[in-house]
Design a binder for this molecule. Sequence first.
Ligand SMILES: [Fe+2]
Length: 282
Amino acid sequence: MTYQTIKATPIAGALGAEISGVSLSDELSDSVIAKIRNALLDHLVIFFRDQKLTPEQQIAFARRFGPLEEHDFVKGLPDHPEIIRVVREADETSLNFGGAWHSDVTHQECPALGSVLYALDVPPYGGDTLFSNQYLAYETLSPGMQQMLAGLTAIHTARGPFGPEGRSKTNWQSMQVEPSAKALEEMEHPVVRTHPETGRKGLFVNKTFTVRFKDMTEQESSPLLEYLFKHASHEGFTCRFRWTPGAVAFWDNRAVLHYALNDYSGHRREMHRVAISGDRPV
Ligand SMILES: [Fe+2]
C-alpha cells in the first residue's frame, strides 16, 4: 500500500485541478481515496498525469467511488464490459464522440455519478476536453429565472445520438456503438438539481439529451432551453484540459458539463472510459 500526500493545483478559476502525488495503479488507502473524493467535490473535475493503468487497475480505482455501469449503447471491451473505448482513427472525418456540451447518460433514471477517462493515445495537438461548472451556471441566473426553473422538469432521451435514426448511424465508426429503439425512451429530471453530497444547486440540462420541458412541446421549450444551453457553457464557467499520454480526468457528472473538441483531423485519439453509478437527480 502506498501512502502519499496528494496535492490539488487548480487549472482555472471556475473548476478543475491537477492532482499530484498519487499513482492510481496502487492499492490506495481509504484516506487517500477520501482525499481524492473531497478534491472531486471541491474542484468538480480532477486530473492526474503520467499514470499507467491496465483495464483492471482503471476499474479497481473507479470502483472505490461506487459500482460501475455498462453503457446502454456502446459495447465495452470483451473482457471488461465496464470500459468503453472512445476512439477516432486518423483517417476518420466524422463527428468525434462527446463533441457537444453534455453530461453523461442523462437519459438514464440514475445518470452516472462521474466518469474516469484515461488517455491511451493522444494527438500531437488538439483533442482537448472542456468542462463547465453548473453550480456557477445556476448561481449566476437571476432570482426570477431561478424561481421559474425550480418548478420545471425536463425530458431527456438518447434518441439524438443513439436512436435508430440517430447520429451514430453515420459517426463513431471505430467505436462499438449499438443504436436501438431503447434510445427513444424518455426520462424526467428536474431542471435544477441539488447535489446529493454538497447540497449545492446546479443547472441540469444538456444539449445532447434534453429535448423539452415536461408538458410542453419541443417548439415551446426550445427558446428557453437554447438560452440555458448557451448560458451553461459561458466561458467564465469553464476549464480546458490538454491531454498527455497517461492522463486521467475524473469529473463529477452531477455538476459539470463536458465537451470533447473535434480539432485533431489526421490524428488518432484513444481513451478508455468507465462510469460510476449515480443517484436519481432531485
Ligand atoms: Fe461524455
